[in-house]
Structures are given as structure tokens and as C-alpha cells.
Design a protein around this ligand. Structure first.
Ligand SMILES: Cc1cc2nc3c(=O)[nH]c(=O)nc-3n(C[C@H](O)[C@H](O)[C@H](O)COP(=O)(O)OP(=O)(O)OC[C@H]3O[C@@H](n4cnc5c(N)ncnc54)[C@H](O)[C@@H]3O)c2cc1C
Length: 468
């Protein structure tokens, strides 16, 4: 397709899109619980009503039904990353096996077992509470978009085989039989407890389960201050105060007033689009009968999956705003999505007549080690769990369980692992953060097509210890 033809296709496709997450644009969204007012006592207060906070509330109540558990959410449940992701479920609790090998080579076996247990417990809980979140357990597939990426992907495949994953290597013909794209050269398809989920339905189901267990959830209730009061904690909101024994900060990319979190997390913004439902004839043009969740090997990766009504969700276009803005104007500007739409039509030129229905952005809690980490504050009476770096749809359950274990001081072998004990490293503050991020994202946007200084810069940034 010529540049002019491509621009016409993109402009036509984007012209009637809504600026909101497809997942949240759903008549089955529950009403908000009331905002918190007055004074209350609790055993545990959880700040944040995303997956981490909701799982923490459920698991805390399951462990001890007599515990008074309160969730305070600044917006509505699933307002944050949990209502906005691609929704690909992965067995790994930390951005895949290759990342486990990079960060904690000594602990791979333990991390693999934790990942499998996490998914088994995740599945069992969904069955127990009757949560219907359109889950399809069809695996996750990484596709090489360049011949040069095949050898690295093959190494990743070998690593998966070594650790006993149910994984298949697909050559060019094999991958085209799964999903037709002129870009796909080969793939690794892992079918180990992985697939796709409707994330907002998952969050709403977890909310309903938590309420049923007796958790008190307050929405539109932002924590405005957190302090220690003897052996208790005081949580302030705009209109009230909760005195609690323990506090769980499940705030993902938000730093919850803790400068220590801000030093270790960059709140970046990723962008996503949803197409209109594909017709049967359009589906035939691409295949995708096995409906896997897919990542590609572009340096700034794209991810893609189908919805229950056969839309394609396609994401992966990251930006950063000075200070980590959570509500940037660019999320509502169509120009922001041009690069993403171009990547989509380059991947699937045969879908040139498909229209885009929804466009949105969401916060990513980028950490240098690409995995959840835990920090204790106020002599262990508060804990933070975050840093998933865009990989927490299932891993957030592990984050919740581990955060609760650290809060209660449980003596469990998994709490002694480095993943639970060691924090992610410091990231330079502003304005260096903004300058570094700007150059890096500019380099990422064109490195695969243009190379040059971009490659040199990204190599330098990697050597400093920042993966992407
Ligand atoms: C665009 C995008 C695509 C992604 N795709 C995938 C994917 O395909 N697969 C995958 O595994 N992961 C993916 N992720 C990551 C995944 O969505 C997150 O890791 C996960 O949702 C994190 O859940 P959480 O509960 O920790 O955070 P969140 O869902 O962000 O919840 C944090 C909550 O804290 C609340 N909060 C913050 N401050 C306060 C305060 N002071 N008082 C009260 N409440 C507060 C916020 O309002 C927010 O609701 C993606 C993320 C994004 C943004």
C-alpha cells in the first residue's frame, strides 16, 4: 500500500471512533458504590479498586471472614489499568520466562511454580464465584515480524521447552495457518494456562464477589493522606477518615503519596484500539480460528486479540508526559492513534475496509525489572504492590496474595524469594526522566524501520539496565 493509500485507509477507519475503553463501554457495568463519608474502623484498608486491590480484598476475607476490610477507589472500580488492557492472560508472574531468566536466574523454577499456582487459583476462584468474563484458554503466541527476530524467539521457545511448557514452534507456513499476516515469519505458541479475558467483566465479577464476602467498597473515594497513629494507620479521604490496623496500597502507577514509589515507577501511557466486529467474510481473510492472544517482536511490541463479538483489540503505542500525567489530553486526540492504526493495517492489509470503534489510553507502571515488587512502609503496617509493567492481568493475583503475606508477616518460603523481598531499582527523577523517556520513545517508534541513531540510543539505554 502506498503512503497516500495508507493515510486514506487510516483516516477513514478512525473517523467515527469513540474515545473510551471498549471494555468499559458496556451496559452491564455495575453502578458505583457510594463514596466514603464519616469515620470508620477496619482491620485492613485497601487503596485502589483494580485487580490487585479486589483480589487482596477477596483473599483477605477468605482467609479470615471476621476481618473488617474496606476498599477505597478514587474513581470507579476498573477505572485504572484493569479496565483498559489488551486482556491477554499469561502464566508468568513477571513478563514471561525470558524476563524471569534475566532478573532472577536463580529462582526460575520457584517463579514458574508460583506462576502455575497463581493461574490455578485464579481459575478456581472464578469458578467458585461464578465470574463470567468471556475467558478463552487458547494460549498466547509470540510472532516474529522479521526474519532477524527468529533466532531470539527460538531461544525463548527452547527456554519454554526446558521448563516443561506446552509450547509449539511454528514456521512461516505454520504461523500463517494460525493467523494470516504478511509480516509474520514464525511463532512460538504457548498453551500453558494462558488466553484472553474481558478485563472489565473480570473486575466487575471480582467486585461482586468481594461485596458478597462482606468487603465494603467505596468508589469516588480518593485517599488524600496516609499517616501512622501509634500502632494503627489513619487514612484520610475528601470526606472522611478510616483508622485501620493495616493498609494495602494497590495503586499501580499512582504513587499513593510515597516518594519511594515515585522513584521506582515511571507512569507511562499505552494506547489501544478496538475495531468494529469483523464479519464472517473478514474473519476468513485472516483465519485466527484458534483465537490466541498475540504479541509481536517489534521493538515497541504490539499485542492483539479477538473479543467475543470478533473485534480485534490492537495495542502498543507508548508515550510519557512530564510528571506522569494520568489524564493527558492526547488520549482524546485522533492523531495519537495514527501510528497504532498504521501498525494495524501493516499487519493486516487485507482488513483495509475495517473501521475502528474505540480508542483509549491507560497507565502502565513501568519498573526496571518488569515485574511487580513490594515495599513496606510505616514499620510494616502498609505495603505497596505494583510495577507489573503492563503484564498484570493474572499476575495481580500473585501481587495481592504476596502483599497480604508480607503485611501479616507470614513465614512462607515464597515470601523469602528476591521477587518478594527486593524492590525494583531507582529511575532518575524529572526532568531527566522526561528527557530520557522522550528520546527513548522517539527511538522506539522508528527503530525497526529506520535504525540509525535509534538503535545506538536503545542499546545504550538497555546497557543502563532499562529493558523494553
Ligand atoms: C493499555 C494497557 C494494556 C495492558 N495489557 C495487558 C495485557 O494484555 N496483559 C496483562 O497481563 N496486562 C496488561 N496490562 C497491565 C494490567 O492491566 C495491569 O498490570 C493491572 O490491571 C494492574 O492492576 P492494579 O489493580 O495493580 O492497577 P489498576 O487497575 O491501575 O488499579 C489501581 C487503582 O488505584 C486507584 N488509585 C490510585 N490512587 C488512589 C488513591 N489515592 N486513592 C484511591 N484510589 C487510588 C486508581 O484509580 C486505580 O483504579 C495492560 C495495561 C495497560 C494500561
Amino acid at each position: 500500500m502506498s503512503d497516500i493509500a495508507m493515510n486514506t485507509v487510516i483516516d477513514n477507519a478512525l473517523k467515527n471512533a469513540k474515545f473510551m475503553p471498549f471494555w468499559l463501554d458496556n451496559p452491564s457495568a455495575p453502578d458505583a458504590e457510594p463514596a466514603f463519608e464519616g469515620v470508620a474502623q477496619a482491620d485492613l484498608v485497601i487503596i485502589g479498586g483494580g485487580f490487585t486491590g479486589l483480589w487482596a480484598a477477596i483473599v483477605a476475607k477468605e482467609e479470615d471472614p471476621s476481618k473488617a476490610v474496606i476498599v477505597l477507589e478514587a474513581g470507579k472500580v476498573a477505572f485504572g489499568a484493569s479496565g483498559r488492557p489488551g486482556g491477554i492472560i499469561s502464566t508468568s508472574i513477571m513478563h514471561g520466562l525470558a524476563n524471569e531468566a534475566r532478573v532472577f536466574p536463580e529462582d526460575i523454577e520457584a517463579l514458574e511454580q508460583l506462576g502455575q499456582k497463581n493461574l490455578d487459583d485464579f481459575k478456581a476462584a472464578l469458578e467458585r464465584y461464578g465470574i463470567d468474563a468471556d475467558i478463552e484458554w487458547n494460549g498466547e503466541m509470540t510472532v516474529a515480524v522479521d526474519d532477524g527476530h527468529l533466532s531470539e524467539l527460538k531461544e525463548e521457545y527452547d527456554l519454554h521447552e526446558r521448563y516443561g511448557h506446552n509450547v509449539q514452534w511454528l514456521d512461516k507456513t505454520g504461523v500463517q495457518a494460525q493467523l494470516k499476516s504478511p509480516m509474520f515469519q514464525g511463532a512460538m505458541w504457548s498453551q500453558n494456562r494462558s488466553g484472553i479475558v474481558h478485563p472489565a467483566k473480570l473486575a466487575w465479577g471480582l467486585k461482586a464477589a468481594a461485596l458478597k464476602l462482606g468487603v465494603k467498597i467505596f468508589e469516588n473515594s480518593k485517599m488524600t493522606d496516609l499517616s501512622e497513629n501509634g500502632d494503627r494507620m489513619t487514612v484520610m479521604t475528601q470526606n472522611g477518615r478510616v483508622d485501620a490496623a493495616k493498609v494495602f496500597l494497590a495503586t499501580n502507577a499512582w504513587h499513593a503519596g510515597q516518594s519511594d514509589i515515585k522513584r521506582r515507577i515511571i507512569a507511562v501511557r499505552d494506547h489501544v484500539m478496538a475495531t468494529e466486529p469483523l464479519t464472517d467474510e473478514q474473519m476468513k481473510r485472516i483465519g485466527w480460528d484458534n483465537r490466541q492472544g498475540i504479541y509481536d517482536t517489534r521493538t515497541q511490541l504490539n499485542y492483539m486479540r479477538l473479543t467475543a463479538d470478533n473485534r480485534i483489540i490492537f495495542g502498543g503505542s507508548v508515550t510519557y508526559h512530564f510528571g506522569g500525567n494520568f489524564n493527558p489530553a492526547e488520549d482524546g486526540q485522533v492523531e495519537t492513534y495514527h501510528r497504532l492504526a498504521a501498525a494495524f493495517f501493516k499487519t493486516f492489509p487485507q482488513l483495509h475496509d475495517v473501521k475502528i470503534s474505540h480508542l483509549w489510553g491507560g497507565p502502565i507502571d513501568y519498573s526496571m525489572r518488569f515485574s511487580v515488587f513490594f515495599r513496606k512502609y510505616f514499620s510494616g503496617k502498609a505495603v505497596y504492590a505494583g510495577g507489573y509493567t503492563g503484564f498484570g492481568v493474572a499476575g495481580s493475583r500473585y501481587g495481592a496474595v504476596t502483599g497480604l503475606g508480607l503485611l501479616s508477616g507470614a513465614d512462607l518460603p515464597e515470601l523469602k524469594l528476591d521477587i518478594a523481598q527486593k524492590p525494583s531499582g531507582y529511575i532518575p527523577p524529572e526532568p531527566f526522566r522526561w528527557i530520557g523517556a522522550k528520546i527513548t520513545f522517539a527511538a522506539l517508534a522508528g527503530v525497526d524501520e529506520k535504525g540509525g541513531w535509534r538503535k545506538l540510543w536503545l542499546g545504550f539505554v538497555k546497557r543502563l539496565g532499562f529493558p523494553f
